[in-house]
Design a protein around this ligand. Structure first.
Ligand SMILES: [Zn+2]
Ligand SMILES: [Zn+2]
Length: 375
């Protein structure tokens, strides 16, 4: 066992019913790590749009209808960074690479079967399970990072580089990974034009920076002075969708006939409607983020066929891609814009997210870092 004391009770932010308020409860039990599990003390966590939609009961499934099969009370948070403070039975004997004091991620995917075709094919975030095994995630099935201590499956552990800044790593685990995967899907080559819709938000900011890191010429689309300043500070051009009369024509003109790729990272359905028309012939539209109600792309089939457009979507990415996205943050190639706020600000942060007020990503400070020297 760890030398640091582990309490029996902890503070969590929970929602008793979907659409209900966020409540802070101070006597929620701390779980004991089971076989091949670790207990992590949560240091910080990002706040994702999906947390907001899940709490509100408006998160859309593949059919566009609200997802209702959600564990209650619901404890969100899937962009967390924690430190291992206890090892369950079987560890470290069965896996000596897992040790007390290691930095770990608390991500969307929590448990996977490791045997279905998606797991074996490097797309384990889509795990469908085998036999009686059902995959789980930290959004719908298991308590996430909006708590002080969390049990994690050692067999599918996100072991982070030990010298990464936890605050910069946290939002990279969902927003960063999702944007990184979209830029990969966009098949960017040096000098390509990449348009990012929603460029000043948490997801979009990462898409702009990963795009620039790949050598793309990036046009960030969003609104307001604060977001303009942020997006141009990274070296991208900026278009304000509120003050630009014909956004599609403007992008077409700035790119001499259309962007090679467009990443739609906005949380509102309207952003997806015409985005494909910004593309040149053979261009790729990458959809990330899920608007409430599912959203609709209104591009005519004739345009998709005649221009040979490709439309792709992705749900986060796999663990390997996550570690690649984190590595670019660790080395400083990508610098996420973060604001550190106290844990108890979560309800206020949800309100600000809903209004689209946040340029970058909020990271909640959950607990003090006990440091790596835990024995
Ligand atoms: Zn997320
Ligand atoms: Zn699987």
């Amino acid at each position: 066992m760890a030398a640091i004391p582990i309490p029996h009770e902890q503070t969590v932010a929970l929602v008793r019913e979907l659409g209900g308020p966020v409540e802070f409860v101070d006597d929620y039990p701390v779980k004991k790590p089971g076989l091949d599990e670790v207990l992590a003390k949560v240091l910080c966590t990002g706040v994702c749009q999906s947390d907001l939609h899940t709490r509100a009961g408006t998160a859309s499934g593949p059919d566009g209808k609200p997802i209702t099969a959600i564990k209650l009370p619901h404890i969100g948070g899937h962009e967390g960074v924690g430190r291992i403070v206890a090892l369950g039975s079987g560890l470290p004997e069965r896996d000596p690479s897992i040790y007390l004091g290691a930095l770990v991620g608390i991500r969307f995917s929590s448990r996977i079967c490791r045997r279905c075709s998606y797991c074996l094919g490097g797309q384990e975030q889509y795990c469908q399970g085998v036999g009686d095994f059902k995959p789980t995630n930290h959004l719908h099935h298991e308590d996430g990072a909006f708590q002080e201590y969390v049990c994690l499956d050692a067999g599918y552990l996100t072991l982070l580089p030990q010298d990464v800044d936890p605050v910069a790593a946290a939002p990279t685990l969902c927003a960063g990974l999702t944007a990184y995967k979209a830029v990969k899907n966009a098949e960017i080559k040096v000098g390509d034009f990449l348009a990012v819709v929603g460029a000043g938000g948490g997801l979009g900011g990462y898409a702009v920076q990963y795009g620039l890191a790949c050598g793309a010429r990036v046009i960030g689309i969003d609104t307001g002075e604060q977001k303009k300043e942020l997006v141009t500070s990274w070296g991208a051009q900026f278009l304000d969708f509120r003050t630009t009369t014909d956004l599609v024509a403007e992008v077409q003109s700035m790119t001499n006939g259309g962007a090679d790729a467009v990443v739609v990272a906005a949380g509102h359905s309207a952003a997806f409607a015409q985005a494909a028309s910004m593309l040149k012939i053979g261009g790729v539209m990458c959809c990330i983020g899920i608007p409430p109600g599912g959203g609709k792309i209104e591009t005519p089939v004739s345009e998709i066929v005649i221009k040979g457009l490709k439309i792709k979507g992705n749900l986060v990415g796999n663990l390997k891609e996550c570690l690649e996205a984190v590595e670019m943050v660790r080395t400083g190639l990508v610098k996420p814009k973060t604001y550190i706020r106290p844990f108890r600000d979560l309800p206020a942060v949800y309100e600000e997210l809903e209004k689209g007020d946040i340029a970058g990503r909020v990271v909640l400070n959950i607990g003090e870092d006990p440091g790596p020297n835990i024995r």
